[in-house]
Ligand binder design. Structure first.
Ligand code: AMP
Ligand code: MG
Length: 323
């Protein structure tokens, strides 16, 4: 059910749940100070309770309402990238709901860069937890129609058009001594972060195998996350994708493909995206939603090159399918 901005604010203030647009993906929002409302998010998404939620705030001045410290590095990052697709994980104030923290001692904060989301937060004087508005481990929604297709028509949706960034925010944790760590890659790259943080004598660890053990739970790091329903196969180049498609078709299986960059045409249904990381990120989930709806036996996806600019797209694709 589509709702207006005023209706969305009223529902949220009343302890309800509303899907809202952000520049990354649509979020399933609830008042971040209301435990009963927050629990509805977990129930609707079928998300495990120990997976913390990102709190969306309207202004960086509100960080001190949630975090015990706002280290210099985090201030610089917020000034550089907020409003925008960067989430900062900071030590939480003791009053911050355990439900939103997933029992972690930290809280994740972000000022979204979307006029409708900002209007909702500011006019409503609200802070909302808003994980992606989809079932746990399924494809994230980047349009109001995706939300309804995934969660059903009865969910309240505030339509703000298609999301422009298209994949989830970059997540950086900053400890009280100013050390920072990338928890999830996104369209703001680790290099962008490092430049602003201007870390000189302390190399940050990334989402490597060693780093993971010491990190808090990271829902987005689930091995299979962001998945379409159709089994998805990943290929490092066009040629190997075409060879596999021929073998599949010879065995009577139907295929559809997501192609990235230039290369030979394929003789079955496909979506072609340009060799441009921002554009592919923007259209990634909507392309996968569209391919999924074709109800073929296998989705074949051509991976972009393993370059830093493609890291966030590669991360999401590697969690969506099998190589
Ligand atoms: P999403 O499912 O897109 O809402 O992502 C939630 C992400 O935020 C997870 O990947 C966590 O890493 C991160 N996160 C949220 N809250 C916290 C927290 N309190 N401590 C650490 N990480 C958090
Ligand atoms: Mg999600």
């Amino acid at each position: 059910m589509r709702v207006s901005l005023e209706q969305a604010i009223a529902e949220l203030k009343n302890g309800g749940v509303v899907a809202i647009p952000t520049e990354t993906v649509y979020g399933l929002a609830a008042d971040a100070t209301n435990d009963n409302a927050l629990k509805k998010i977990f129930a609707i998404k079928q998300r495990p309770a120990d997976h913390p939620l990102i709190v969306h705030i309207g202004d960086m001045n509100q960080v001190s309402d949630w975090a015990t410290t706002f280290p210099e590095v985090a201030i610089k990052l917020a000034e550089a990238f907020w409003p925008g697709p960067l989430t900062l994980v900071l030590p939480a104030q003791p009053h911050v709901s355990r439900v939103v923290r997933g029992d972690e001692p930290t809280v994740a904060l972000r000022v979204p860069n979307h006029p409708v989301a900002l209007a909702l937060l500011k006019q409503g004087n609200l802070s909302v937890a808003a994980p992606s508005a989809n079932l746990f481990t399924q494809l994230s929604p980047t349009t109001a129609a995706h939300v309804e297709a995934g969660l059903g028509e009865s969910i309240s949706v505030l339509d703000g058009g298609a999301c422009h960034v298209g994949i989830e925010s970059t997540i950086v944790s900053v400890s009280s001594n100013g050390q920072w760590q990338l928890l999830r890659p996104g369209m703001i790259s680790e290099e962008d972060i490092a430049k602003v943080a201007a870390i000189t004598n302390q190399a940050p660890s990334t989402v490597g195998a060693d780093a993971k053990q010491a990190l808090p739970k990271v829902p987005g790091q689930h091995a299979l996350h962001y998945s379409p329903r159709t089994p998805l196969l990943l290929f490092k180049d066009r040629q190997s994708l075409i060879e596999e498609s021929e073998a599949l078709q010879a065995a009577g299986w139907s295929c559809a493909a997501l192609l990235i960059g230039d290369g030979d045409e394929v003789n079955f249904q496909s979506i072609s995206l340009p060799n441009a990381p921002e554009k592919v990120a923007e259209l990634l989930y909507s392309s996968l939603h569209c391919l999924d709806a074709m109800k073929v036996d296998r989705l074949l996806v051509e991976l972009p090159p393993a370059l830093p600019s493609w890291l966030a797209v590669l991360d999401r694709l590697s969690r969506a399918g099998y190589r």
